[in-house]
Design a protein around this ligand. Structure first.
Ligand SMILES: [Zn+2]
Ligand SMILES: [Zn+2]
Length: 133
């Protein structure tokens, strides 16, 4: 276990891997619901407006966007989030759709390359045991 500084309240806490202390996590969950409901009502809002209207910290909203828990429906994503691979502006998560596609297809390749050949079900046995009539 590590002592790390909470990225929101800056207090040191014992981390199991995350960078947010339990108290802030709880707050983030509450904020998430507030912001989610707000976005639901105001689909084309931007992050400044959301922060102002919901009184949720901008950094919390950005955090939620990065986690992919929130999606802001603005064409340029407010330039707050960029794809970690091609640096294109995105609305949610860490990668744009194109790069997500690339990553998942290369992951598929890796998976199938590492996978041992599966034992195919023996069709003949199945047919033989299923007596018709
Ligand atoms: Zn904290
Ligand atoms: Zn990309």
């Amino acid at each position: 276990m590590n002592i790390v500084q909470c990225q929101f309240c800056k207090k040191p806490f014992t981390s199991l891997g995350g960078r947010i202390c339990p108290a802030c996590l709880e707050q983030v969950d509450k904020d998430f619901i507030t912001v989610r409901d707000y976005i639901y009502e105001h689909k084309h809002s931007n992050i400044d407006k959301i922060a102002e209207e919901t009184e949720v910290k901008k950094q919390v909203i950005i955090h939620l966007l990065k986690e992919g828990r929130l999606i802001i429906d603005s064409p340029d994503g407010d330039g707050l989030l960029v794809c970690e691979m091609c640096k294109k502006s995105i609305n949610t998560g860490r990668l744009c759709k194109e790069c997500m596609g690339k990553v998942s297809s290369s992951m598929d390749k890796n998976v199938s390359a590492n996978k041992k050949p599966e034992v195919k079900p023996v069709e003949q046995n199945l047919k033989g045991s299923a007596k018709i009539g």
